[in-house]
Design a protein around this ligand. Structure first.
Ligand code: AMP
Length: 616
């Protein structure tokens, strides 16, 4: 049987010896880039000797984009046009972010659909992928300046709990930044690699990651060089920021500042918060802290600090207990505990976690850098510089199917280990649709017309249902010989169809190399075409549902409401005929803003009628 005939050791098509592949930790608050120099992982520093780049992007009125420290300063000056924590939105739909939307200081556009979120800055709409790409571009420049060579390949880390779509969005961000993303690896896996764990066989590891705003605990099983995530747990809104808040509250109570204007509001509150963070950091290596602010002495002992944060740390221990339970393990089964994230510098954190797991924790490496360094080590393995690590066969190019408007929907991304299985659910776009064509493609471009068609088949005899109701599951299964089986099944009726494909048949290594290069060179154009097509698809969907809504509710709508909706719907229709995605997105937003309260009103009327027993 044919295997993917590329350099399986590296998963790479144009691999030169001693090439530098970088490791990137794309974080919620901070990001950093690292590489391996003579066997040692090094995080790249800026001119101020800082390795951390704040994951913040600012858009100036002249179109200038600032990233990192420069953007951080704009958070206070120009918050409307400064985007932070974009990782929380990566690969997520509007429906996913509904609950956390109020957390962001910028405009997250919510149209209540399942479409991927966009962020509005200065009348332009950006995807979280595009914003993450800006952060990655700045890291690429940073490492290129340090090394004096151009860097085009990277390993990027993601949280262990990231789903397919979040991982794909991270890959796309890399591509858009001009990087060939050789692997996406889990953050806890990277942290374990940084400590050299993984070479000794068969062990179970806990990775405790407490950052500024998020907490994750992961339980890993390492066997034959393969890292398997057994369980993850955590809290996406728990971290060092909560320590700072606890100190601020303590000081406000102590000095009865509750009604003081000086210490409330944006600047006063901010100043006290910064002082609290300073105190916290000071207490990592000292027993007490005191400082004056506005003539008041603010003091804190280590003992007081530890009492304040104990309830927060107990919440993390409850997560560890749950993670062990989910992995069906006891504390005794865990051989090593790895500390990650700036907040694990606090003594009490290390002490409590060490006590809980009944063993000393790994904390020798800088907890802010450990993930990026682990990613750099994985990158070094891929570059062929470390010989004693096992690498498995992988898929050389992504595999996926064509969706609405000729878009490529990747189901198995390139560099996935084989054998492998992945699936996704789709639905119909037309009422009563009986057949669905499944076209299978291979390649990295966003539009299927630029990729290689591997085959197609038609799933027939879907029972007639309204558009959106059928649940069609498409599964891709690659066996160890590289044969791809594509299965489509309508889950409500059980109708099923299968084909077998040999993805490597008739394709040379050169062709694959060319396809890869094309995808990186055209990433920006592809991303734009995808954004336009997605906006059009979303717009068409909304036009269709608005027309249905008008038809079904003519009796309860006032003439002015009908007129208003029709006029905005027509604006959207005309925007869809053009190729300006921002115009289409604006028209969608306008129509949604206008029709949402009307839809609520109609819903109330319908419910009231139903309660009265009337036919509705
Ligand atoms: P991260 O998100 O991993 O970059 O972690 C940042 C968090 O670590 C912030 O809440 C910082 O205040 C905290 N941090 C950084 N250094 C220290 C330190 N020496 N002691 C306590 N917390 C720290």
């Amino acid at each position: 049987m044919a295997r993917f005939s590329i350099d399986l050791k590296s998963g790479d098509l144009s691999n030169q010896p001693n090439e530098i592949i970088v490791g990137i930790d794309l974080g919620t608050t901070n990001s950093l880039v690292a590489y391996v120099n003579e066997g040692v992982g090094v995080a790249v520093k800026d001119e101020n000797k800082k390795t951390l780049v704040p994951s913040i992007v600012h858009f100036g009125n002249s179109g200038r984009i600032k990233v990192g420290e420069e953007a951080h300063r704009m958070l206070v000056e120009d918050p409307q046009n400064t985007v932070y924590s974009v990782k929380r939105l990566l690969g997520k739909s509007y429906a996913d972010v509904e609950q956390i939307e109020s957390y962001f200081g910028y405009d997250v556009i919510d149209d209540g659909t399942d479409n991927l979120v966009k962020i509005k800055v200065r009348d332009r709409f950006y995807t979280p992928t595009e914003l993450s790409a800006e952060i990655l571009k700045s890291l690429k420049i940073k490492v290129e300046e340090e090394l004096g060579i151009s860097v085009s390949k990277a390993v990027i880390t993601v949280p262990a709990y990231f789903n397919d779509s979040q991982r794909q969005a991270t890959r796309d961000a890399g591509k858009l930044a001009g990087l060939d993303v050789l692997r996406i690896i889990n953050e806890p896996t990277a942290a374990s690699l940084a400590y050299g764990l993984g070479k000794n066989d068969d062990q179970k590891i806990a990775v405790y990651d407490l950052g500024g705003g998020t907490f994750d605990i992961s339980i890993l099983h390492i066997q034959d060089g393969v890292f398997e995530v057994l369980s993850t747990n955590g809290d996406t809104f728990l971290g060092g920021d909560d320590f700072d808040r606890a100190i601020v509250e303590h000081w406000i109570n102590e000095h009865e500042l509750g009604s003081s204007l000086k210490f409330s509001g944006k600047s006063g509150g901010q100043a006290l918060r910064l002082l609290a963070e300073k105190a916290k950091k000071h207490l990592s290596s000292n027993d007490d802290y005191h400082a004056y602010l506005e003539g008041i002495e603010f003091a804190l002992t280590k003992r007081q600090f530890e009492q304040l944060i104990l309830p927060i740390l107990e919440r993390t221990i409850a997560c560890c207990q749950q993670a062990l339970k989910d992995a069906k393990l006891d504390v005794d089964d865990i051989q090593h505990v790895v500390m990650v994230g700036g907040s694990t510098r606090v003594d009490l954190v290390k002490k409590l976690i060490g006590n809980f797991f009944q063993k000393p924790v790994y904390d020798d490496l800088d907890p802010d850098e450990v993930v990026a360094i682990g990613a750099a080590i994985q990158a070094d393995v891929l570059a062929g510089n470390q010989k004693d690590v096992l690498l498995l066969d992988i898929t050389p190019l992504s595999l996926g199917i064509e969706t609405m408007g000729g878009l490529m929907d990747t189901i198995i991304p390139r560099n996935t280990k084989v054998p492998s299985k992945a699936g996704r659910q789709y639905t119909t776009s037309i009422d009563g649709q009986k057949n669905l064509k499944i076209s299978v493609f291979q390649g990295e471009r966003d539009l299927v017309e630029h990729n290689r068609k591997l085959g197609e088949f038609i799933l027939r005899n879907i029972p007639p249902m309204p558009a959106g109701l059928p649940k069609i599951e498409v599964q891709f299964i690659i066996n160890a010989d590289g044969i791809l089986k594509v299965k489509a099944k309508e889950l409500r009726s059980g109708v099923e169809q299968v084909i077998d494909i040999k993805p490597t048949y008739g394709i040379s290594e050169e062709d694959m190399g060319r396809m890869l290069l094309d995808s990186i060179q055209n990433a920006q154009t592809d991303m734009n075409s995808r954004a336009i097509l997605e906006a059009k698809n979303e717009g068409n969907h909304i036009v269709h549902s608005t027309e249905k809504f008008l038809e079904q509710n003519k009796e309860v709508l006032s003439p002015s409401e009908v007129e208003g909706i029709i006029s905005l719907k027509n604006d959207l229709k005309s925007a869809i005929t053009g190729d300006d995605k921002d115009l289409i997105n604006s028209a969608i937003q306008d129509l949604n803003l206008y029709s949402a309260p009307i839809a609520h009103k109609v819903m109330d009327i319908v419910i009231r009628k139903a309660m009265k027993g009337q036919k509705v």
